[in-house]
Design a binder for this molecule. Structure first.
Ligand code: ADP
Length: 547
């Protein structure tokens, strides 16, 4: 008996513990059922529980009311067929659902559904089966989401896409048409171009396009040209004197590298005649090929004229040289007889002073020999200055004294009542490197002219100055007859004379010598003048050695 009581107590305790455990489990199950119910009720998607076979709706959540317009009471207990558009569609839905269960265990689809008020909307379905303990499907949980908005956006997006595609294809077509117009315009431009044009593909080593002028120039049809290399039409002897093949490939590489070449090419056409052309070579933009566009202008006439001009220039140069040599020779030869005539005339002046007639003639002879001697001196100076290879003797000179001497000489020869010759030479350096003899000749010529071409008299001034960088200037200004603007440059030409005043002698060499002396000293000479008012002749010297 004593043993039985504790055993009963232990059994009682175990039973109580088991009851507590059960109660706790029931409470937990109730709590999770509540949670599930809450979740079920609060879902935004409509949820249906539907019995298998009968398709009777056994439970729904609140969202069904908003989505379908039925109250919970109205819909629970009814068949799902009221939610489908037709009975046929409803049966097909069921068949597809079973097939999907077999394949993946659930069924997902988009589908059009019917509301209570008869309106239709796009929905997304997810249906999951519920099994009993034996694995048989007893019902389905069907979650329905309204996708009208999404469908609409998809539709709009598709429409947008379609519109875009349409616009793109229209734009492409427009471009294609424009391209075709451009291509035909380009073709027309090339075909009607005044020059012969070919396009050479350097990879294929053949011409790939040629215009009508090219057919004319080369004397072959376009079809023939398009099978050959331009090299075929170049003559072996080219204007640059280089082997034709070497220069051809070298030029191609330069053009392909981006250079634009303008060269002379001699072309032999189908009939064997030769044409000299100016060829302009440029690389054509092309993504897949290395193309060179070559245009040819016929310059046969120009080349011929150039050749003739060079020949004529050489001839003139030779004639000039011969003339200069002849003048030099004659001047030399004349010097001796002239000095005899001069000496005899002087003797006559002294001895025949009583015979007035004889004295007059002797004086005439004397003045003529003086003029002739001065002319010969000028010719000889010019000959020396223009002889190639001749160089001036450059030395440091007292340039101020040189200029003063020239002025003094001019003053001595001039009629001081008519010509007042002055100078301002203070701005000259003490010494300057130059050829003193030439500077003297240059200033003499300028002063002689100033006197000679001021027949009415007037002031003559010589001004000299030097810049900091050693450029030295002489300016000789007079108030004489002046020179017309269109004659100013020519006045410095050799043998050029402006026949404005009859009776003034000259050879047209003085200013030529002036300019030559200036040039030999690194400078030049020019003149400003106003007809009737006077002239100012300026020379610049730049021996660069102010000393
Ligand atoms: P020439 O005096 O021997 O004719 P030049 O070469 O010295 O030759 O001068 C060329 C021409 O320039 C002269 O014929 C003359 O008409 C013009 N000329 C030169 N110096 C002057 C000047 N100071 N005033 C006006 N004309 C001048």
């Amino acid at each position: 008996m004593n043993d039985t009581i504790p055993a009963l107590q232990a059994a009682l305790e175990r039973a109580e513990a088991a009851i507590r455990e059960k109660e706790e489990a029931v409470q937990a199950a109730q709590a999770s059922a509540l949670l599930l119910q809450k979740t079920f009720a609060s879902l935004n998607e409509a949820v249906f529980i539907v019995q298998t076979g009968t398709r009777i709706i056994t439970d729904v959540n609140k969202a069904v009311e908003t989505l379908f317009g039925y109250t919970v009471e109205e819909i629970v207990g009814r068949s799902t067929s009221c939610l489908h558009l037709t009975e046929e569609l409803s049966v097909r839905f069921g068949r597809e659902m079973i097939a999907a269960y077999r394949e993946k265990g659930f069924y997902e689809t988009t589908y059009q559904m019917l509301r209570k008020d008869g309106t239709v909307f796009d929905s997304e379905h997810c249906v999951t089966p519920i099994h009993d303990n034996n694995g048989e499907i007893i019902s389905h949980v069907c979650v329905v989401r309204d996708i009208t908005g999404r469908k609409l956006s998809e539709k709009q997006l598709k429409q947008l896409n379609d519109n875009l595609e349409l616009r793109i294809s229209q734009a492409v077509e427009e471009l294609r048409q424009k391209d075709a117009v451009l291509a035909s315009q380009y073709k027309l431009l090339i075909d009607l171009a005044p020059e012969a044009i070919i396009v050479y593909d350097t990879n294929l080593d053949r011409i790939v396009d040629a215009n009508a002028k090219a057919e004319q120039l080369f004397g072959f049809s376009r079809e023939v040209l398009l099978t050959s290399s331009p090299l075929l039409y170049y003559t072996q002897t080219q204007p640059d004197g280089r082997p034709v093949e070497a220069s051809f490939f070298e030029n191609c590489s330069r053009v392909i590298a981006g250079e634009v070449l303008i060269i002379e090419r001699a072309i032999r056409n189908a009939s064997g005649s030769e044409t000299v052309c100016e060829a302009r070579l440029v690389r054509l933009p092309s993504p897949h090929s290395l193309l060179i566009r070559a245009s040819f202008f016929d310059i046969t006439e120009r080349a011929k004229a150039q050749k003739e001009l060079t020949k004529a220039l050489a001839g003139e140069h030779r004639l000039n040289e011969e003339q200069r040599q002849f003048m030099g020779l004659v001047s030399h030869e004349l010097r001796t007889p002239l000095s005899i005539i001069d000496g005899t005339a002087q003797l006559l002046v002294m001895t025949a002073c009583k015979d007035k007639e004889c004295f007059k003639h002797a004086e005439r002879i004397l003045s003529s020999t003086k003029r002739l001697t001065s002319l010969i001196d000028t010719c000889l100076t010019e000959e020396r200055l223009c002889t190639s290879g001749w160089t001036p003797t450059m030395q440091s000179e007292d340039i101020r004294s040189l200029a003063r001497n020239a002025v003094a000489q001019a003053q001595a020869q001039a009629d001081t009542a008519r010509h007042q010759i002055s100078y301002s030479l203070d701005d000259l350096p003490d010494r300057y490197t130059c050829d003193s003899m030439l500077i003297q000749v240059m200033l003499n010529n300028l002063l002689d002219n100033a006197v000679k071409y001021s027949p009415e008299g007037g002031a003559i001034n010589v001004h000299g100055w030097c810049t900091k960088r050693g450029e030295l200037f002489f300016e000789v200004a007079d108030q004489g007859v002046g020179i017309a603007p269109d004659q100013l440059d020519k006045a410095f030409d050799r043998f050029y004379r402006i026949w404005q005043i009859p009776g003034i002698a000259g050879a047209g060499l003085g200013l030529h010598i002036v300019k030559r002396v200036a040039e030999l000293h690194g400078g030049t000479a020019w003149c400003k003048s106003q007809p009737g008012l006077g002239s100012t002749f300026t020379v610049s010297l730049f021996s660069n050695q102010a000393s």
